[in-house]
Design a protein around this ligand. Sequence first.
Ligand code: GTP
Length: 258
Amino acid sequence: MLVAADVYRPAAIDQLTILGKKVGVPVYSEGTEAKPSEIAKNGLKEAKSKKTDVVIVDTAGRLQVDKAMMNELKEVKKAVKPTEILLVVDAMTGQEAAALVGAFNVEIGITGAILTKLDGDSRGGAALSIKEVSGKPIKFIGRGERVEDLEPFYPDRMAQRILGMGDVLSFVEQAQQVMNQEDAEELQKKIMSAKFNFNDFLKQTKAIAQMGSFSRIIGMIPGMNKVTPAQIREAEKNVKFMESMINVMTAGMYNLHS
Ligand SMILES: Nc1nc2c(ncn2[C@@H]2O[C@H](COP(=O)(O)OP(=O)(O)OP(=O)(O)O)[C@@H](O)[C@H]2O)c(=O)[nH]1
């Protein structure tokens, strides 16, 4: 169950409700008038009555650390006694992220961090500092806006990324998820015998799109970290254009070569 305890950002509750619907998880909310610690406590009670295993309480985020927020978080912690307290930090803020994790760890006592926006320009050097500053592990990383883009954190893969060596293991794993071995062999045969048509091309681009955003895929390929975000955006636009062109063709047109 998800519990909406961010009462400050007006859209936060709606955002969580939409997310809950999308992933098929109930969302507990009490609007914006109640106290976050009360909402968290009532949410937990509701979850227990429904025999729910996992409860995630979404609390408010701020760019700056302030005393009132820390006190509020302490109250939430006291009210629900969570097994995990995870701080979400944006990798784009660089070393700021590490300082934030340090401050939260001293004040609240977190159990780990979630490092998001690793699909952006940052290589993720903050990952090193987070562990150094707080001694707390990174448990998940975010590589895009979709639910599937939130992944468990693997230190060795992150080290390769920081060194600019890509992340071939994640790349292979994700490619396997969107395409099975038989399809891949079939495709290889078609390419070898020059029978690869627009239909196959479309299938390929759709499979790649399922692996995540272009920037995320490119970031995993060794040596590709020099491609700029502008170049990626341009490539994405071109692929969409090609897809539309193929979609308006008739079957006879794209089968000309097969
Ligand atoms: N590209 C990218 N966008 C992300 C990632 N994680 C979150 N976002 C986007 O960043 C925006 C803010 O994310 P939220 O989940 O609303 O952030 P939040 O931490 O709940 O915000 P507060 O709690 O109000 O601080 C949304 O548009 C997300 O889709 C990520 O890993 N990569």
